[in-house]
Design a protein around this ligand. Structure first.
Ligand SMILES: Cc1ncc(COP(=O)(O)O)c(C=O)c1O
Length: 448
C-alpha cells in the first residue's frame, strides 16, 4: 500500500504533490472536455483523477508512476482482468488480418455459437456497438411484437442514457411513454401490466446499479415472467453488466429464470465495445427480411459484429465456458466482504460491504444482519441510495486513490479473475487506513 502522511498536509495537497503529471494533463483537458476535463461523468473528482498510461491484470499505472489496484475494471467489462494474453493475441492477429470486411465472416458465427452454448435462451442473436443500443433495440422489437408503445421500468435500474432508458426528469429527457415504478412491488407491476398497454418490462440483471447495489427480491423476479405473459408484455433482462460476469449462463441462470429478451454487453466482448440482444426466435424474427414490411425491423450499424471485436469476444467466451473466471471472482468477492466488514466493525462505522463479483459499499444505518452477506443490511432503498453519502464516498474515493486503490465514488469494488488474495489484502488495508484518515479529519463518524 502506498503510504500517505496526512501530517499537516491536506489530502488534496498531498494528492497533487504525488500526481504532478496528471495535474498537467488535467489542466490541458479542461480546455476541451466540459465535464471538468473528463470524458465520462464518473471520472469527475476534485481535484482530478489520475491519467493512466497502461494496465495489466488487476493493476494500472499513471503518468507519475503511481500503481493502482483497479476496482473498476472497464466499468465491469474486464472479468478476465486487463490485457488477458488470449484476448491480446486474438486482437493482434485479427488487426493484421483486417478490422472490418463489410461482409459476412466466420467469426460472427463462431461467437454466436459460443453465446448460445452458454445461454440456451439465445435462440437468435443480434450484435450492436454497445449496451444501450441493445436496450434501445429490445424496446423496438417488443413494440413491433406486441403492437404497443409503453415501457415499464424500475427505479434505480440503469440501462443507458438515451431518451427512453435514461433517468426520467433529468435535463433534456422527456419520454412520456415510460413509466417507472419501485422495485420489488409485485402488486404495482400487476396493476400496471393489467392495463395491457405495455410493450416491454425492463429489469436490470442482478439488481439496480451494477449488478445489485439495490438487489431484487428473488421471488419477485421469478414471478415476473408469468405476469408479463399473462398480460402480453415482453420481459427483458438487461444483463449488460451481469451477462458472463456472474456465471457462463448470466445472472438469469443463477436465479433460474428465462426472459423473452436479454441484453448483453461488456464482458461478452472481452473488453472491447459491444452489445448483443438475444432471445426468442419469434420476437427476433422481426429482423427477417421476409417479415411483412409493417413488422420488419431494420438494423444497420457500422460496427455490428466487426471481425476485430468478434475475435476478442471469441477469445473471452472460450475462457468463460468452464465458469472458472466467474468462480474465482466470486470467491474474491466473498473474501473482500469478509475482511472489509471486519474493518468497518473494528472502527464502529455503520456500513457493510455486500454483493458478489461486484462488491458494493453501504455506508449508513444497519437495519439487520442478513444471513446471506451478499445482501445489504437494510431493505430500505432510500438508505442504500442516500444522496447525503455522495460527498463522503467521494472523499473516501480520494483517500483510496492516494493509497493505490481505484474505485468510482466507492460505490463498488469491481473484481476480476485477475485479482489475487494479495490484491484484496492490500485493498482492505488501504480501506482501513483511508477510514482512519477520515475519522481523524472528521469526514466520517463512528457510531455512538
Ligand atoms: C446495466 C447496464 N445496462 C446498459 C448499460 C449501457 O451499456 P453501454 O455503456 O455499453 O452502452 C450499462 C452501462 O454501464 C449498464 O450498466
Amino acid at each position: 500500500m502506498r503510504q500517505t502522511t496526512l501530517s499537516g498536509e491536506s489530502l488534496v495537497e498531498e494528492y497533487k504533490r504525488t500526481h504532478p503529471g496528471s495535474q498537467k494533463w488535467h489542466e490541458r483537458a479542461v480546455r476541451f472536455f466540459a465535464a471538468d476535463g473528463t470524458t465520462h461523468q464518473e471520472r469527475v473528482l476534485v481535484p482530478f483523477r489520475p491519467y493512466i498510461t497502461h494496465a495489466k491484470g488487476s493493476r494500472k499505472w499513471d503518468v507519475d508512476g503511481n500503481e493502482y489496484i483497479d476496482c473498476i475494471m472497464g466499468h465491469g467489462a474486464l472479468i478476465l482482468g486487463h490485457s488477458h494474453p488470449a484476448v491480446v493475441q486474438a486482437v493482434q492477429e485479427q488487426m493484421a488480418k483486417g478490422v472490418h470486411y463489410s461482409e459476412n465472416h466466420e467469426l460472427e458465427v463462431e461467437w454466436a455459437e459460443l453465446i448460445r452454448t452458454m445461454m440456451p435462451a439465445a435462440e437468435r442473436i443480434e450484435f450492436f456497438a454497445c449496451g444501450q443500443e441493445t436496450n434501445m433495440m429490445a424496446i423496438r422489437l417488443a413494440r413491433v411484437f406486441t403492437g404497443r408503445r409503453k415501457i415499464l421500468r424500475f427505479e434505480h435500474n440503469y440501462h443507458g442514457w438515451s431518451e427512453e432508458i435514461a433517468r426520467q426528469g433529468s435535463a433534456g429527457v422527456m419520454a412520456p411513454e415510460v413509466k417507472i415504478i419501485p422495485m420489488n412491488d409485485l402488486n404495482k407491476v400487476e396493476e400496471e401490466l393489467a392495463k395491457k398497454e405495455y410493450a416491454i418490462i425492463m429489469t436490470e440483471g442482478g439488481g439496480a446499479n451494477m449488478a445489485g447495489q439495490v438487489p431484487w427480491d428473488t421471488d419477485f423476479i421469478r414471478a415476473l415472467s408469468g405476469l408479463a405473459h399473462k398480460y402480453g408484455t415482453v420481459w427483458h433482462i438487461d444483463e449488460v453488466v451481469t451477462g458472463f460476469r456472474e456465471a457462463p449462463g448470466g445472472w438469469q441462470s443463477t436465479v433460474g429464470v428465462t426472459p423473452d429478451l436479454t441484453a448483453l454487453g461488456k464482458c461478452v466482448g472481452g473488453g472491447l465495445p459491444v452489445g448483443a440482444v438475444v432471445g426468442r426466435a419469434d420476437i427476433m424474427d422481426a429482423f427477417n427480411p421476409k417479415t411483412p414490411l409493417e413488422r420488419h425491423v431494420r438494423h444497420p450499424g457500422t460496427w455490428n459484429a466487426i471481425p476485430l471485436i468478434c475475435a476478442a469476444g471469441i477469445a473471452a467466451c472460450k475462457l468463460y465456458l468452464n465458469g472458472e473466471p466467474h468462480k474465482k471472482a466470486r470467491e474474491l468477492g466473498a473474501y473482500l466482504r469478509q475482511e472489509g466488514n471486519k474493518v468497518l466493525k473494528e472502527r464502529n462505522i455503520s456500513g457493510r460491504l455486500y454483493g458478489r463479483t461486484i462488491v458494493h459499499l453501504h455506508l449508513g444505518p444497519i437495519d439487520y444482519e442478513p444471513s446471506d452477506d451478499t445482501l445489504p443490511p437494510t431493505k430500505d432503498v432510500q438508505k442504500i441510495m442516500n444522496p447525503a453519502m455522495v460527498p463522503i464516498r467521494a472523499r473516501l474515493s480520494l483517500h483510496l486513490l492516494q493509497r493505490g486503490i481505484a474505485t468510482y465514488g466507492t460505490r463498488f469494488f469491481v473484481l476480476s479473475a485477475a485479482h489475487t488474495e494479495e490484491d484484496i489484502d492490500q485493498t482492505v488495508e488501504a480501506f482501513g487506513s483511508a477510514l482512519d484518515g477520515m475519522l481523524t479529519e472528521g469526514t466520517i463518524e463512528a457510531a455512538k
